[in-house]
Design a protein around this ligand. Structure first.
Ligand SMILES: NC(=O)c1ccc[n+]([C@@H]2O[C@H](COP(=O)([O-])OP(=O)(O)OC[C@H]3O[C@@H](n4cnc5c(N)ncnc54)[C@H](O)[C@@H]3O)[C@@H](O)[C@H]2O)c1
Length: 286
């Protein structure tokens, strides 16, 4: 999609971090913005700032785990701005813990519901009309390096992000087979300076009750490590620039961290050579 000006972008998880940076970048490119997030007050604050900068904005408090809410979100976009041209399935939460822990099933379900089912629902709800209207369009799914490399202690996050990469590659091939005007990109960053390290703020109340110490999620030692890595990550505006360029140039893979590429190649070589996985550190595979 070469020309973004005057077209309409839908962004989930738009109140913070990468989603918020995307809203500012795409707004600056002249797009109408339809923003959804589970956090109401930050979403409205983001919308006010964008509106003050002259961006046309619509918002909806939205839990991407809920199909009906995503359907309503699609209705809002159509009602306010007509055809949707860009879908950014971006909302996500960090979640971790050892695979062998028998007591964290609800956390696995929550992470996969938000990170993977949220993206599946977004595609299911928005794509039919995007195909139907036939104008240039694009889907950006936010995965992670965790969708290409499996760091230990990040099981539910890794599973969800591998799913997003698989879904996106499948969709890209299907859009080409259909000779549609819909391009597809998958965003696979390593660490970015956002609110991801405090994802537990959005734990649903029923899960929060079951946790003896919610601040300990996803694990005492790991929490500290993750916070430091996120704080030292790329600025979210840099990632938003990379996403903008990939949309305009119709590039599928958006790998924002050069230093992660050798690890991806090494893993591919391990696969084809039948080499067993080694326990990578978090620095190698965020
Ligand atoms: N920050 C990183 O280091 C990093 C690296 C790789 C991938 N990512 C991915 O980037 C995406 C954006 O995360 P971020 O880093 O900007 O974190 P963030 O916490 O700053 O932003 C995530 C946003 O998603 C929203 N959200 C959470 N659950 C939701 C739900 N159920 N429904 C709707 N909105 C919900 C949050 O309220 C928040 O505004 C996520 O998919 C994340 O997995 C982040």
């Amino acid at each position: 999609m070469h020309d973004l000006n005057g077209r309409t972008a839908v962004i989930t998880g738009a109140a913070s971090g990468i989603g918020l940076a995307l809203a500012h970048r795409l707004g600056a490119a002249g797009m109408n913005l339809v923003l959804g997030d589970v956090e109401h007050a930050p979403l409205e604050a983001a919308a006010r700032a964008l509106a003050d900068a002259g961006r046309p904005v619509a918002t909806q408090q939205l839990d991407v785990r809920d199909l009906d809410q995503i359907r309503a979100f699609e209705g809002l976009a159509r009602e306010r701005f007509g055809n949707v041209h860009l879908l950014c399935n971006n909302a996500g939460v960090g979640g971790g813990g050892p695979v062998a822990d028998p007591d964290d099933l609800e956390l696995w379900r929550w992470t996969i519901d938000v990170n993977l089912w949220g993206v599946i629902y977004g595609c299911k709800v928005f794509l039919p009309a995007m195909l139907e209207h036939g104008e240039p369009a694009h889907v950006v799914n936010t995965a992670s390096m965790a969708g290409l490399a499996s760091a230990p202690m990040m099981g539910p996050y890794n599973v969800s992000k591998y799913g997003v990469v698989a879904l996106s590659e499948t969709l890209a091939k299907e859009m080409q087979l259909a000779e549609s005007a819909v391009g597809v990109s998958v965003l696979c960053p390593a660490f970015v300076q956002t609110g991801i390290a405090s994802s537990h703020r959005n734990l649903p109340a029923e899960l929060r009750v079951e946790l003896p110490d919610p601040t300990a999620f996803p694990g005492d030692g790991m929490q500290t490590v993750i916070e430091a890595l996120v704080a030292g990550g790329l600025p979210s505006a840099v990632v938003a620039d990379a996403v903008h360029d990939a949309i305009v140039e119709n590039r599928f893979w958006i790998l924002t961290h050069e230093e992660t590429k050798p690890g991806i190649l090494a893993r591919a070589e391990q696969i084809v050579n039948g080499v067993n996985p080694a326990p990578l550190g978090l620095h190698d595979a965020p």
